[in-house]
Design a binder for this molecule. Structure first.
Ligand code: C2E
Ligand code: MG
Ligand code: MG
Length: 598
């Protein structure tokens, strides 16, 4: 308290000829402080209340300034009446702020709060909930503005709390504010000393485990505390409007890093960077990114911009424009943290997003009991692909989550299961193994996904179930003797461990998936299937993406012929249980080359 008080010198406020505010009829700020000071010197047992009218700005926006003024005028008259009847002292502090000096008896404050709340509800609108910060006046010699500051601090604690709109000042609040100020000072110093560094976390293809991109994540390399995560400093920088400087610094480091990588003769992978919602107001984001790629001579497709879902909702109109301009400049735009609470599926159809980043919280569903959650996930993946968006899940920590994602058709993931965010040295090591990277990236086209519910005419909700029951299914088209793979279901690539992007690329040579000595047998099954209503079945050795060989039972059915195109269904089942998808390095013994025949 003493520190807050010291900030106020005597005579900080001056006597003004007109003591009353013309709109509200109450004492204006300086007069209120003066009158309150006189009163606390005459007798003790007072407290000071700072009142703020929640959502008043919105009220002004909806109903016009004129009506806003009428509301303030009415509230002023109401408070004046209260003060006349109950001996209070009321002041108008500007904007939508009022102050009241009243007896610190535990009753008066609550009565005042109730009356003001009733008044705003009745004469304003129901969204306008007043919020009250209160400070007891212990020492009449302390300047009233210092008490008012403390009441404001208390008020700020109650602002986001809709259950309790009254907050009393406590000494700890000031400590909290002081600590915040100190941390802010340290952060600014760290900024000057260039202590912010960029970590990056790989983004992977779930089937192959190969890296398709990186996400840049800022870290503070603290001289004593070591590596400090962004949750410590980003909220504070955002609060104080300083996040943009940090973001620009991160983007610059990312571009410089990619340029250095290219100059070493290496092939770069795309890097996604985070954009704070404050950035779109603080600067011309598009001009900034254009300038960066020009200065570092980079293809804009190497930079992907992650914008959180909340930003799309809260700053909708502004963001639509920014996204369009970023696209026109050749940058990819991602929606980060999809599913964290603001989700509006309707909004998705209006924004042109390249990649939807599903938040880990949606994945933390209890797999056994969350059938509904699964259906939602499935629907989101289906919708994203219907809207031409790619999908990646973030925060994938377990093999079960990765399997689940593949089941519902999400091919990409980022999370501790694959890699942790790493610093430069470790990243260099990871990226030096070219076989760990899939340069086709997240935007590569995968094979068309077969809708098994379409085959059976069942509801979408049971797709997962059907996929498991039916096993791996592939649809083939034979035209003029040439066999082509058209579509597969999710179980197909889970069983074969074939990468859906590879499958798309080798669609026209489906026999390539079969171990060479068995390819004749594979083709023969299609010839036999055409003659046998029961289909043709055979044991084959399948080549998997990781080089291993899988023994399968492959059954082919002839579905019919249309304008020279013969359609076949292939059903694949493993004859021996085995691991189904990419395993992280600790769990697997992944040989670099093709494995020997079992
Ligand atoms: P984000 O953009 O959603 O980044 C993903 C966060 O999830 C990262 O946290 C990452 O370390 C963490 N993560 C990754 N895999 C897993 C996992 O398997 N499990 C769990 N529990 N967490 C995982 P981090 O690095 O602490 O960053 C937190 C947030 O801070 C980021 O969330 C992003 O919103 C923000 N951020 C990070 N760097 C920057 C930056 O340079 N600028 C801005 N504006 N924001 C940044
Ligand atoms: Mg992100
Ligand atoms: Mg995220």
């Amino acid at each position: 308290m003493k520190k807050a008080i010291n900030r106020y010198q005597c005579g900080n406020y001056q006597k003004n000829d007109t003591e009353f505010d013309s709109l509200t009829g109450l004492y204006h700020k300086a007069a209120f402080f003066r009158k309150a000071q006189e009163r606390v010197k005459q007798s003790c047992g007072f407290c000071l209340v700072a009142i703020d009218i929640g959502h008043f700005k919105l009220y002004n926006k909806w109903y016009g300034r004129e009506q806003g003024d009428r509301f303030l005028e009415g509230l002023g008259a109401f408070l004046k009446e209260e003060s006349d009847q109950r001996g209070l002292l009321c002041g108008y502090m500007g904007g939508d702020d009022f102050a009241v000096l009243l007896p610190d008896d535990g009753i008066s404050v609550h009565k005042l709060a109730q009356n003001v709340t009733d008044y705003t509800g009745k004469h304003g609108n129901r969204g306008m909930l007043a919020v009250f910060g209160i400070c007891s006046i212990k020492d009449p010699d302390i300047e009233i503005p210092a008490y008012y500051d403390c009441a404001l601090l208390a008020q700020s604690q109650a602002r986001g709390n809709y259950a309790c709109r009254i907050s009393w000042y406590e000494e700890a609040m000031l400590h909290g504010m002081e600590e915040e100020q100190q941390l802010l000072g340290e952060i600014l110093e760290a900024f000057e000393k260039n202590e912010f560094i960029v970590y990056a976390q790989p983004q992977c293809n779930i089937v192959t485990g190969k890296i398709v991109g990186l996400e840049a994540l800022v870290r503070w390399k603290h001289p004593e505390k070591g590596i400090v995560g962004p949750s410590v400093f980003i909220p504070l920088l955002e609060k104080h409007g300083l996040i943009t400087a940090l973001d620009v610094c991160v983007w610059e480091k990312v571009c410089a890093g990619i340029r250095a990588w290219i100059d070493e003769g290496r092939r770069p992978v795309p890097v996604s960077v985070n954009l704070s919602r404050h950035d779109i107001y603080a600067m011309d984001v598009v001009a900034m990114f254009n300038d960066l790629v020009r200065r570092y001579r980079l293809d804009p497709s190497l930079i992907e911009i992650e914008i959180t879902e909340g930003t799309y909702v809260q700053d909708y109109e502004k963001i639509i424009k920014v996204v369009d301009e970023l696209h026109r400049s050749g940058f990819m735009v991602w929606m980060d943290d999809f599913g964290t609470g603001y989700s509006s599926l309707n909004m998705l159809k209006n924004v042109s997003i390249d990649v939807l980043k599903l938040d880990m919280k949606l994945l933390s569903l209890d797999i056994r009991s969350a059938r509904k959650g699964m259906s939602i996930l499935e629907a989101v993946v289906r919708m994203a692909s219907g809207l031409g968006m790619k999908m990646i899940a973030e925060g994938v920590e377990t093999r079960e989550q990765a399997e689940l994602l593949l089941d519902i058709g999400c091919l990409y993931a980022q999370g501790f299961y694959f890699y942790y965010p790493e610093g430069e040295e470790e990243l260099r090591h990871i990226l030096s193994g070219e076989e760990r990277i899939d340069y086709r990236g997240i935007l590569a086209k995968p094979i068309q996904l077969l809708d098994v519910t379409g085959l059976t005419g069942r509801d979408a909700g049971c797709e997962l179930f059907l996929n498991h029951v039916l096993g791996g299914i592939a649809v083939y088209d034979m035209y003029e003797g040439r066999l082509e793979l058209k579509e597969v279901n999710t179980q197909y690539y889970r069983i074969t461990k074939e990468d859906p992007v590879d499958l798309e690329e080798h669609r026209k040579d489906p026999a390539d998936s079969v171990y060479e000595p068995d390819r004749g047998k594979f083709s023969g099954l299609f010839v036999r299937a055409e003659q046998e209503p029961e289909g043709a079945v055979g044991r084959l050795r399948w080549l998997c993406a990781d080089g291993s060989i899988l023994r399968v039972l492959f059954r082919v059915y002839f579905a019919g012929e249309y304008e020279g195109h013969k359609v076949f269904y292939g059903m694949i089942k493993e004859t021996r249980p085995r691991s189904l998808l990419f395993c992280r390095s600790s769990e697997r013994s992944r040989s670099e080359g093709r494995k020997e025949l079992p």
